[in-house]
Ligand binder design. Structure first.
Ligand code: SF4
Ligand code: MG
Length: 328
């Protein structure tokens, strides 16, 4: 693998009093250096769990129960993040992989000024003089569109959008190769969302890092992503270029998701949505997990689980595509 990140057959289980829920079920996904990969799906589909498994930030009761997560090093096989010690992992986080969460308020320290937080991150991880770190802090703020006059501010003195920009600046402080963004703009109003999305795209083009961008809002993903992976009930059901997903979605679930966002299709303001709810992962339906909600479901769907196959320029897991039924 020559990619930046290679997730192979990853499984994550939640041990609950009712039984084990497999929140991520054998997912394989790769990221190229410098690409923006969007991950979409309804809440509870496993997209955050998958993304947080990469830097091993999962908490109880979520446990990684199988697979590999390899971080490429340009040559050779790279390192399996799942095999690293806590100490090695701390070095990888921030330096190689940084994370931006939905609510920056939780990531920022409320009693430290913006500048002090940036300086802290830089000086904790690199041998840098205080003065140089402060200069870098100012540059980082400029990079995310925050004026130097805000460096002396406390988080509560900033708007939600500004706080999220600071969180991005902190994440970029050590020039990571991969930025994981989990619903980074969901708490913000639409105009600010769009501004920040455009900013991330600009920064990505300038600095060359890759992004794993997670959101339930597929219309945002279409604006920012190079490729998009669609998750349903713990599986990646479709993976393709953003344009292919938008113009020619193949999986019935992808179609349903796109139909849920009317802004994509001009003046049709009807929200179609997808009737029904995702399955209980403690006791998922046999066969295709989307079958109970799928308008194209047929007998085979309820009996046999579709496997993900490459069809043309996409990967898709659905019996409407790919290998025909094997008759015993
Ligand atoms: Fe629908 Fe069948 Fe495809 Fe599942 S496998 S998405 S039920 S058509
Ligand atoms: Mg989530």
């Amino acid at each position: 693998p020559t990619g930046l990140l290679s997730i192979e057959n990853l499984t994550v289980d939640f041990h609950t009093p009712r039984g084990t829920a497999r929140a991520v079920d054998g997912v394989s996904l790769g990221l190229f250096p410098g690409e923006i990969l969007g991950l979409a799906g309804e809440s509870g589909c496993g997209k955050s769990t998958l993304a947080m498994a990469v830097p091993r930030l999962l908490r109880d009761p979520a446990v990684i129960t199988g697979g590999r997560v390899r971080l490429g090093d340009g040559d050779g096989d790279g390192v399996d993040l799942l095999g690293l010690s806590d100490e090695e992992l701390r070095r990888v986080r921030w330096r190689d992989i940084a994370v931006v969460f939905q609510n920056a308020m939780n990531a920022l320290n409320p009693v430290l000024r913006v500048e002090a937080q940036l300086v802290d991150v830089i000086r904790t991880h690199e041998r840098t003089g205080r003065r140089e770190a402060r200069e870098r802090a100012a540059r980082l703020c400029g990079l995310v569109g925050i004026g130097a006059d805000r460096l002396r501010a406390y988080p509560h003195e900033l708007s939600g959008g500004m706080r999220q920009r600071i969180a991005i600046a902190i994440a970029l402080a050590l020039r990571p190769r991969l930025l994981i963004m989990d619903e980074p703009t969901t708490a913000l109003d639409v105009v600010v969302q769009r501004e920040i999305i455009a900013e991330v795209r600009r920064l990505q083009e300038r600095l060359g890092f890759a992004v794993l961008f997670i959101t339930h809002d597929i219309s945002l993903l279409v604006e920012i992503s190079d490729r998009i992976a669609i998750m349903y009930a713990g599986e990646v059901v479709e993976l393709a270029d953003a344009r292919t997903i938008l113009d020619d979605p193949a999986h019935p679930y992808t179609r349903g998701l796109l139909a849920s966002f009317p802004t994509l299709h001009g003046d049709d303001t009807r929200l179609t949505g997808i009737p029904g709810a995702p399955p209980d992962l403690v006791d998922p339906p046999p066969g295709c997990r989307f079958a109970p909600r799928c308008p194209s479901a047929h007998d085979r769907c309820r009996a046999e689980r579709p496997v993900r196959v490459t069809v043309g320029d996409r990967d898709v897991a659905c019996h409407l595509y790919g290998p025909a039924e094997v008759t015993p």
